[in-house]
Design a protein around this ligand. Structure first.
Ligand SMILES: NS(=O)(=O)N[C@@H](CCC(=O)O)C(=O)O
Ligand SMILES: [Zn+2]
Length: 324
């Protein structure tokens, strides 16, 4: 971009370059695929990391989603960090090697590239959150991707019907091409009638939280969430929070959301999943725009927590001593 509010953050072009570099350096365990396009036509990329990466092996799959919200740029840096952790560590770090051998890991490093690019195109940050899709009958642009998912969409006052709102849910579930593409990718991981993805993290900023479903209700246990399933989310959330110092809680303890990825991944696909709200804890420490000098520290901070999710990916219910 002509200007750049903080060159330490990774632009979309730089991100594609990093993906190509990682895949070229580790062709046996890393592969890039394009799963679709954003509204403005940018490729939505998926990086698969696993041994025999070109073969769909019968192994538990884990999904990492980054940058649903444009201004949350630290989440793209988290994706870059994870790509490097899981490839550079292979063959040298025994824990990383075992996890890459025994799982198929999918990193979607930026699912809202139009928004990310718009937010960093000027000499100052633009505070953009949504995608860049026009809204019929309105001058206001953008859908909030994290209100556009097709489980209990718009059910509960956890989103807005107004195109100008930053939590605009869109005119219909999956009306945002970026959501449709990612949802189709996840549905595509149902093989022989079974969803191969067992666990997932959707990265956001900020507040330093680990959130689990549901967001659309304050109830722990409800239709689609048994006590054992809730306890599994809570125990795994707490286990990860011990590693990174974030605060673990149900998503609706923060505020009610509807149409979020959390609720769809669990409610529709039965994927045990979490939203990470990364650094900082408060606006006083930079809010959505901490200086790029914190990137290394605040991405490395999540290594152990992510590895703990990968540990349990074969059977998340093991954490409460159950089979499934
Ligand atoms: N990253 S953020 O937008 O500040 N918070 C997320 C929280 C996600 C959730 O509660 O599930 C959101 O409102 O979509
Ligand atoms: Zn967010």
């Amino acid at each position: 971009p002509l200007a750049d509010p903080d060159p330490g953050y990774t632009s979309y072009a730089e991100l594609v370059g990093v993906v190509d570099e990682v895949v070229a350096a580790h062709p046996d365990i890393a592969a890039k695929s394009v799963i679709g396009q954003s509204h403005e036509g940018r490729d939505l990329v998926a990086v698969k990391i696993s041994d025999n990466v070109g073969v769909d092996e019968d192994q538990p799959e884990v999904l990492f989603v980054h940058a649903q919200h444009a201004r949350e740029h630290l989440t793209v840096e988290m994706a870059v960090h994870l790509m490097r952790l899981l490839t550079d560590g292979y063959g040298s770090d025994p824990r990383v090697t075992d996890l890459v051998d025994g799982r198929e890991i999918w990193i979607l490093p930026n699912v809202n590239p139009d928004g990310s690019e718009y937010d960093m195109a000027g000499s100052t940050w633009r505070d953009w959150r949504k995608n860049r899709q026009p809204n019929e009958g309105s001058a206001a642009l953008g859908t909030d991707l994290n209100r556009n998912w097709a489980y209990e969409w718009g059910c509960c006052g956890g989103s807005s019907g107004s195109p100008s709102s930053i939590t605009y849910r869109g005119p219909a579930p999956e009306s945002a091409p970026e959501v449709r593409v990612v949802a189709d990718f996840v549905r595509g991981r149902v093989v022989g009638g079974e969803q191969q993805i067992t666990t997932a993290i959707d990265f956001h900023t900020y507040s330093e939280l680990i959130l689990w479903p549901f967001g659309h209700t304050y109830d722990d246990v409800t239709d689609g969430m048994s006590q054992a399933e809730y306890d599994t989310h809570e125990a795994l959330g707490e286990h990860m929070a011990e590693a990174n110092g974030y605060t673990p809680q149900q998503s609706s303890d923060l505020y009610v959301t509807d149409g979020s990825i959390n609720d769809w991944l669990w409610g529709d696909q039965r994927i045990v999943n979490f939203t990470y709200e990364m650094y900082p804890r408060s606006a006083a420490d930079g809010g959505f725009y901490p200086p790029s000098s914190v990137i290394e520290r605040e991405t490395a901070r999540n290594e152990e927590a992510v590895l703990r999710l990968l540990d349990y990916a074969d059977c998340p219910y093991r954490i409460i001593g159950e089979e499934a």
